[in-house]
Design a binder for this molecule. Structure first.
Ligand code: HEM
Length: 239
Protein backbone atom coordinates (compact mmCIF):
# COMPACT_ATOMS: atom_id res chain seq x y z
CA UNK A 1 0.00 0.00 0.00
CA UNK A 2 1.41 3.40 -0.99
CA UNK A 3 1.97 6.16 1.58
CA UNK A 4 -0.80 8.28 0.01
CA UNK A 5 -3.35 5.42 0.50
CA UNK A 6 -2.24 5.10 4.14
CA UNK A 7 -2.70 8.86 4.54
CA UNK A 8 -6.24 8.67 3.08
CA UNK A 9 -7.22 5.75 5.37
CA UNK A 10 -5.84 7.51 8.47
CA UNK A 11 -7.58 10.78 7.58
CA UNK A 12 -10.88 8.93 7.04
CA UNK A 13 -10.46 7.14 10.40
CA UNK A 14 -9.82 10.48 12.19
CA UNK A 15 -12.81 12.20 10.54
CA UNK A 16 -15.11 9.27 11.46
CA UNK A 17 -13.75 9.28 15.04
CA UNK A 18 -14.39 13.04 15.37
CA UNK A 19 -17.92 12.59 13.98
CA UNK A 20 -18.66 9.70 16.37
CA UNK A 21 -17.33 11.69 19.38
CA UNK A 22 -19.42 14.72 18.37
CA UNK A 23 -22.59 12.64 17.97
CA UNK A 24 -22.27 10.81 21.31
CA UNK A 25 -21.50 14.10 23.13
CA UNK A 26 -24.46 15.84 21.47
CA UNK A 27 -26.72 12.93 22.47
CA UNK A 28 -25.57 13.02 26.10
CA UNK A 29 -25.75 16.81 26.44
CA UNK A 30 -28.88 17.58 24.40
CA UNK A 31 -31.23 14.69 25.19
CA UNK A 32 -30.74 14.54 28.94
CA UNK A 33 -34.21 13.18 29.68
CA UNK A 34 -33.32 9.89 27.94
CA UNK A 35 -30.68 9.30 30.60
CA UNK A 36 -32.80 10.46 33.53
CA UNK A 37 -33.82 7.54 35.74
CA UNK A 38 -37.49 6.91 36.39
CA UNK A 39 -38.63 7.81 39.88
CA UNK A 40 -37.03 8.46 42.27
CA UNK A 41 -34.77 10.93 40.47
CA UNK A 42 -31.15 10.72 41.50
CA UNK A 43 -28.47 13.04 40.15
CA UNK A 44 -25.82 10.36 40.74
CA UNK A 45 -27.70 7.72 38.74
CA UNK A 46 -28.23 10.23 35.91
CA UNK A 47 -24.46 10.92 35.77
CA UNK A 48 -23.70 7.18 35.64
CA UNK A 49 -26.28 6.67 32.87
CA UNK A 50 -24.66 9.43 30.77
CA UNK A 51 -21.11 8.35 31.56
CA UNK A 52 -21.60 4.76 30.32
CA UNK A 53 -21.98 5.53 26.55
CA UNK A 54 -19.43 8.38 26.74
CA UNK A 55 -16.73 6.22 28.34
CA UNK A 56 -17.46 3.23 26.12
CA UNK A 57 -17.56 5.09 22.81
CA UNK A 58 -14.93 7.82 23.32
CA UNK A 59 -12.74 6.20 25.97
CA UNK A 60 -12.88 2.53 24.97
CA UNK A 61 -13.57 2.41 21.19
CA UNK A 62 -12.04 5.65 19.84
CA UNK A 63 -8.87 5.51 21.98
CA UNK A 64 -8.27 1.79 21.34
CA UNK A 65 -8.78 2.39 17.58
CA UNK A 66 -6.18 5.17 17.65
CA UNK A 67 -3.84 2.88 19.63
CA UNK A 68 -4.21 0.19 16.93
CA UNK A 69 -3.12 2.74 14.31
CA UNK A 70 -0.08 4.01 16.25
CA UNK A 71 2.31 1.83 14.23
CA UNK A 72 0.99 3.37 10.99
CA UNK A 73 1.59 7.04 11.69
CA UNK A 74 3.96 7.52 14.58
CA UNK A 75 7.56 8.37 13.75
CA UNK A 76 10.35 7.08 15.99
CA UNK A 77 11.78 3.79 17.16
CA UNK A 78 9.82 0.54 17.59
CA UNK A 79 10.17 0.84 21.35
CA UNK A 80 8.60 4.29 21.44
CA UNK A 81 5.71 3.06 19.29
CA UNK A 82 5.21 -0.01 21.49
CA UNK A 83 5.20 2.14 24.65
CA UNK A 84 2.62 4.57 23.23
CA UNK A 85 0.51 1.62 21.92
CA UNK A 86 0.53 -0.11 25.32
CA UNK A 87 -0.13 3.17 27.19
CA UNK A 88 -3.10 4.14 25.00
CA UNK A 89 -4.57 0.62 25.22
CA UNK A 90 -4.18 0.90 29.02
CA UNK A 91 -6.18 4.17 29.01
CA UNK A 92 -8.86 2.53 26.80
CA UNK A 93 -9.08 -0.48 29.12
CA UNK A 94 -9.41 1.75 32.22
CA UNK A 95 -12.27 3.64 30.52
CA UNK A 96 -13.92 0.31 29.62
CA UNK A 97 -13.69 -1.03 33.19
CA UNK A 98 -14.92 2.26 34.68
CA UNK A 99 -17.71 2.42 32.06
CA UNK A 100 -18.99 -1.03 33.08
CA UNK A 101 -18.62 -0.14 36.73
CA UNK A 102 -21.01 2.83 36.24
CA UNK A 103 -23.70 0.32 35.28
CA UNK A 104 -22.95 -2.12 38.10
CA UNK A 105 -22.99 0.71 40.57
CA UNK A 106 -26.02 2.48 39.14
CA UNK A 107 -28.11 -0.68 38.86
CA UNK A 108 -27.80 -2.08 42.39
CA UNK A 109 -25.70 -5.20 42.14
CA UNK A 110 -23.79 -7.23 39.63
CA UNK A 111 -25.81 -10.33 38.81
CA UNK A 112 -29.20 -8.58 38.85
CA UNK A 113 -28.45 -6.69 35.60
CA UNK A 114 -27.09 -9.47 33.43
CA UNK A 115 -30.17 -10.17 31.41
CA UNK A 116 -29.24 -8.71 28.01
CA UNK A 117 -27.10 -9.85 25.06
CA UNK A 118 -25.42 -6.43 25.34
CA UNK A 119 -24.26 -7.03 28.91
CA UNK A 120 -22.98 -10.56 28.13
CA UNK A 121 -21.06 -9.39 25.07
CA UNK A 122 -19.75 -6.35 26.93
CA UNK A 123 -18.31 -8.46 29.71
CA UNK A 124 -16.78 -10.98 27.28
CA UNK A 125 -15.21 -8.15 25.28
CA UNK A 126 -13.65 -6.38 28.29
CA UNK A 127 -12.43 -9.77 29.63
CA UNK A 128 -10.64 -10.52 26.29
CA UNK A 129 -9.25 -6.98 26.15
CA UNK A 130 -7.81 -7.38 29.69
CA UNK A 131 -6.11 -10.70 28.82
CA UNK A 132 -4.72 -9.19 25.60
CA UNK A 133 -3.37 -6.16 27.47
CA UNK A 134 -1.71 -8.29 30.18
CA UNK A 135 -0.06 -10.49 27.50
CA UNK A 136 1.16 -7.36 25.68
CA UNK A 137 2.46 -5.89 28.94
CA UNK A 138 4.36 -9.08 29.82
CA UNK A 139 5.91 -9.43 26.34
CA UNK A 140 6.93 -5.75 26.52
CA UNK A 141 9.13 -6.55 29.55
CA UNK A 142 10.59 -9.67 27.90
CA UNK A 143 12.20 -7.99 24.93
CA UNK A 144 15.23 -10.27 25.13
CA UNK A 145 13.16 -13.32 24.18
CA UNK A 146 13.95 -15.16 20.99
CA UNK A 147 12.83 -13.28 17.91
CA UNK A 148 11.20 -16.45 16.58
CA UNK A 149 8.99 -16.82 19.65
CA UNK A 150 7.83 -13.22 19.30
CA UNK A 151 7.15 -13.67 15.58
CA UNK A 152 4.96 -16.70 16.43
CA UNK A 153 2.93 -14.69 18.96
CA UNK A 154 2.52 -11.59 16.75
CA UNK A 155 -0.19 -12.93 14.36
CA UNK A 156 -2.21 -14.05 17.41
CA UNK A 157 -1.78 -10.64 19.02
CA UNK A 158 -3.03 -8.97 15.81
CA UNK A 159 -5.96 -11.41 15.45
CA UNK A 160 -7.15 -11.16 19.09
CA UNK A 161 -6.64 -7.37 19.05
CA UNK A 162 -8.76 -6.84 15.93
CA UNK A 163 -11.36 -9.39 17.05
CA UNK A 164 -11.74 -7.62 20.41
CA UNK A 165 -11.96 -4.21 18.73
CA UNK A 166 -14.68 -5.56 16.39
CA UNK A 167 -16.53 -7.05 19.38
CA UNK A 168 -16.41 -3.67 21.17
CA UNK A 169 -18.02 -1.95 18.17
CA UNK A 170 -20.71 -4.64 17.86
CA UNK A 171 -21.37 -4.42 21.63
CA UNK A 172 -21.79 -0.64 21.38
CA UNK A 173 -24.22 -1.14 18.46
CA UNK A 174 -26.33 -3.52 20.59
CA UNK A 175 -26.19 -0.96 23.45
CA UNK A 176 -27.43 1.81 21.12
CA UNK A 177 -30.21 -0.41 19.78
CA UNK A 178 -31.26 -1.49 23.27
CA UNK A 179 -31.34 2.08 24.57
CA UNK A 180 -33.14 3.44 21.49
CA UNK A 181 -35.77 0.69 21.59
CA UNK A 182 -36.27 1.40 25.30
CA UNK A 183 -36.77 5.15 24.93
CA UNK A 184 -38.94 4.73 21.81
CA UNK A 185 -41.30 2.38 23.62
CA UNK A 186 -41.40 3.94 27.08
CA UNK A 187 -40.62 7.65 26.62
CA UNK A 188 -42.55 8.62 23.51
CA UNK A 189 -39.42 9.24 21.44
CA UNK A 190 -40.48 9.27 17.77
CA UNK A 191 -38.91 6.73 15.38
CA UNK A 192 -38.34 9.56 12.88
CA UNK A 193 -37.46 12.23 15.45
CA UNK A 194 -34.12 13.98 15.80
CA UNK A 195 -32.91 11.77 18.68
CA UNK A 196 -33.56 8.54 16.74
CA UNK A 197 -31.79 9.95 13.68
CA UNK A 198 -28.84 11.03 15.83
CA UNK A 199 -28.46 7.59 17.47
CA UNK A 200 -28.78 5.80 14.10
CA UNK A 201 -26.13 8.18 12.71
CA UNK A 202 -23.89 7.34 15.67
CA UNK A 203 -24.25 3.62 14.91
CA UNK A 204 -23.41 4.21 11.25
CA UNK A 205 -20.43 6.38 12.24
CA UNK A 206 -19.09 3.52 14.41
CA UNK A 207 -19.44 1.11 11.46
CA UNK A 208 -17.45 3.47 9.19
CA UNK A 209 -14.82 4.13 11.86
CA UNK A 210 -14.21 0.42 12.53
CA UNK A 211 -13.84 -0.25 8.79
CA UNK A 212 -11.17 2.43 8.47
CA UNK A 213 -9.29 1.26 11.59
CA UNK A 214 -9.28 -2.40 10.51
CA UNK A 215 -8.23 -1.53 6.95
CA UNK A 216 -5.46 0.70 8.33
CA UNK A 217 -4.29 -2.10 10.61
CA UNK A 218 -4.16 -4.90 8.03
CA UNK A 219 -2.75 -2.95 5.09
CA UNK A 220 1.00 -3.41 4.63
CA UNK A 221 3.19 -0.45 5.55
CA UNK A 222 4.85 1.34 2.59
CA UNK A 223 8.38 0.14 3.54
CA UNK A 224 7.03 -3.39 4.16
CA UNK A 225 5.58 -3.40 0.65
CA UNK A 226 8.92 -2.31 -0.86
CA UNK A 227 10.78 -4.97 1.15
CA UNK A 228 8.43 -7.81 0.14
CA UNK A 229 8.51 -6.78 -3.57
CA UNK A 230 12.31 -6.68 -3.40
CA UNK A 231 12.35 -10.16 -1.77
CA UNK A 232 10.08 -11.49 -4.52
CA UNK A 233 12.29 -10.00 -7.25
CA UNK A 234 15.35 -11.53 -5.54
CA UNK A 235 13.80 -15.02 -5.40
CA UNK A 236 12.66 -14.76 -9.04
CA UNK A 237 16.21 -13.83 -10.07
CA UNK A 238 17.59 -16.70 -8.07
CA UNK A 239 15.46 -19.44 -9.59
C1 HEM B 1 -17.84 -1.23 23.89
C2 HEM B 1 -18.93 -0.68 24.29
C3 HEM B 1 -19.76 -1.16 25.44
C4 HEM B 1 -19.53 -2.17 26.37
C5 HEM B 1 -18.32 -3.09 26.46
C6 HEM B 1 -20.67 -2.19 27.27
C7 HEM B 1 -20.83 -3.05 28.34
C8 HEM B 1 -21.94 -3.13 29.16
C9 HEM B 1 -22.13 -4.07 30.24
C10 HEM B 1 -21.14 -5.16 30.67
C11 HEM B 1 -23.34 -3.81 30.79
C12 HEM B 1 -23.99 -4.58 31.97
C13 HEM B 1 -23.69 -3.93 33.29
C14 HEM B 1 -24.79 -4.21 34.26
O1 HEM B 1 -25.92 -4.33 33.84
O2 HEM B 1 -24.51 -4.27 35.46
C15 HEM B 1 -23.93 -2.73 30.07
C16 HEM B 1 -25.18 -2.20 30.33
C17 HEM B 1 -25.81 -1.24 29.55
N1 HEM B 1 -25.26 -0.55 28.48
FE1 HEM B 1 -23.43 -0.87 27.70
N2 HEM B 1 -21.56 -1.21 26.89
C18 HEM B 1 -21.05 -0.56 25.78
C19 HEM B 1 -21.61 0.51 25.09
C20 HEM B 1 -22.88 0.99 25.32
C21 HEM B 1 -23.49 2.05 24.56
C22 HEM B 1 -22.86 2.82 23.39
C23 HEM B 1 -24.73 2.24 25.07
C24 HEM B 1 -25.72 3.26 24.58
C25 HEM B 1 -26.41 3.98 25.35
C26 HEM B 1 -24.92 1.29 26.15
C27 HEM B 1 -26.07 1.15 26.93
C28 HEM B 1 -26.22 0.30 27.98
C29 HEM B 1 -27.44 0.15 28.76
C30 HEM B 1 -28.75 0.91 28.52
C31 HEM B 1 -27.18 -0.80 29.74
C32 HEM B 1 -28.18 -1.32 30.84
C33 HEM B 1 -29.01 -2.41 30.30
C34 HEM B 1 -28.23 -3.70 30.06
O3 HEM B 1 -27.58 -4.22 30.98
O4 HEM B 1 -28.26 -4.18 28.91
N3 HEM B 1 -23.76 0.55 26.28
N4 HEM B 1 -23.07 -2.33 29.08
Amino acid sequence: MSSSSTFIILTFARISAALVALLVLTWALTFKTSFTPHSPFSQQKFIYNVLHPLLMVIGFIIISGEAILVHRWMPGSRNVKKTVHLGMQGVALSCGVFGIWTKFYGNNGIVANFYSLHSWMGLFCVFLFTIQWIMGFLSFWHRGEARRARMTILPWHVFVGLYTYGLAVVTAETGLLEKLTFIQTTRNVSRHGSESVLVNGLGLGLALLSGAVILGAISPRPQQYVTSSAKLRYSNDKY
